[in-house]
Ligand binder design. Sequence first.
Ligand code: BGC
Length: 328
Amino acid sequence: MQVKTYELSNANGMNVTVTNVGCGIISLKVPDKNGTPRDVVLGLDKAEDYLGKHYYFGVIVGRVGNRIGYGRFALDGKEYRLAKNDGGHHLHGGIEGFDKKIWTVEEADAGKIVFSYVSPDGEENYPGQLTVRCTYTLTDCNTLRIDYLAETPTQTICNLTNHSYFNLEGFDAKDIYGHVMQINADKLTAVDEGLIPTGEYYAVEGTPFDFNAPKAIGCDIEAAAAVNDTGGYDHCYVLNGQEAAVVYVPESGIKMTVTTDMPGMQFYSGNFINGSVTGKGITYQKHSGFCLETQLYPDTVNQPGFPSCVVTKDKPFKTFTSFRFCVN
Ligand code: BGC
């Protein structure tokens, strides 16, 4: 199948470029406080580059995004072993996850694009066929909405999210420290040193992880990094409601509101970006973008107390996330 790019645009000067490789968002242009468009996502030069090695820039990760501890899980009493592509653990769907697939474009116009992909039974050792549909809609209210639908004729597991790295000053800005973040969550999933949930929750109040009141990302990032050696924020927040996060940066005046029906959101501050990937004329560095990955909790398949990622014939994976942009 051919690798291609597509454009979405609206009446208010927003413009989004996407590719059928991993449903990758290559650029996302939003008018800033002066009405000048700024590209607010880190991205690569061209669609083909998304087939190569990078940090999951802008793509859909799956079949199960985030980590599965020790690459192991059981479903219906049968044990499955997955690739350990993140130290001893499984990350973002394995060696060749959904981010590296060339998706079919079912329909495309200026306001909407529908991607689909059929993941065969046994792909990356996951059981059951999974048919996935991912729709990006750009509205005139400057909202980019992502709708996910994944269906199986049998039984499997699924946890899809988009892995865009944002920088609301522009993809070419130095870092994310000046972004003022608010996350609607009182706790996060406590993790061990391999970033695998222990099954317990960690109350954020009074810690560097508390974003209930708006706070600059740079304010406590070093203190957060010291807690479990992640190099910054890399944690799944347990959301209090559908309005998951609001991020604003005074320099451009751009504000982004994230809304979802998912119970969790991984706030990842781009800690492992290390100057080895170049795109759009920029060599990306540590903390040059942040991800807000709405999702079920990490390793949820191995945690009976967490919301279930099991998908059956009668229970598809169906969820949405939207990113709304305005200027302050
Ligand atoms: C994870 C990070 C990981 C990164 C890979 C994020 O979703 O939380 O731990 O390193 O993806 O780009």
